[in-house]
Design a protein around this ligand. Sequence first.
Ligand SMILES: Cc1cc2nc3c(=O)[nH]c(=O)nc-3n(C[C@H](O)[C@H](O)[C@H](O)COP(=O)(O)O)c2cc1C
Length: 174
Amino acid sequence: MKVLVINGSPRRGGNSDLLCDEFIRGAREAGHAVEKVALRDKTIAPCRACYACFRTGSCVQQDDMAELLDKIWQADVLLLASPTYFSTMSGPMKNMIDRLLPKWQDLGGKDAYVIVTGHDGRAGLKLMGEELSTVLGNLGCRVRQVIWGEHVWQKGEVLGTPAMDEAYRAGRAL
Ligand SMILES: Cc1cc2nc3c(=O)[nH]c(=O)nc-3n(C[C@H](O)[C@H](O)[C@H](O)COP(=O)(O)O)c2cc1C
């Protein structure tokens, strides 16, 4: 299967990256073709709500989203990972989600996974997990698992936590 991992953390090598990489390690061992996209490396402007895409099927803005949208469309499995920022997802992840508008009715039928990181415990991160799961559900994707990278703040704190094993096993089980 084609697996697309999208990480919305601006921090290279942070906890979200580490969990994504464990998921990817498992998925590659299971024989899947995996691509990882870090939104920090992409230029994706906010949606302008011009609704031109409703008429033309594509966005008027010429940036990296057209290519990413095509990758999302082609993927069999989608993973969205984001740090928790003020109880919600990161800005880059939200911008990317809003830019799904041109194809939002054509992205269903995929299995989906969510990775949430934050210094809070699961109760404090719950909203973020639910938000990303709701978005994926609205697209018609089946959310198979939310992986909670809880109680992590500084880079690398997720290493050695149960979330790392959960991420690996989720990828391996694809
Ligand atoms: C602007 C900002 C806001 C944050 N807000 C929260 C929060 O509301 N809840 C929380 O648990 N962690 C919060 N954090 C901590 C991050 O979610 C945590 O450090 C996470 O590991 C970052 O992911 P990364 O390591 O992939 O960069 C915040 C961090 C930043 C930079």
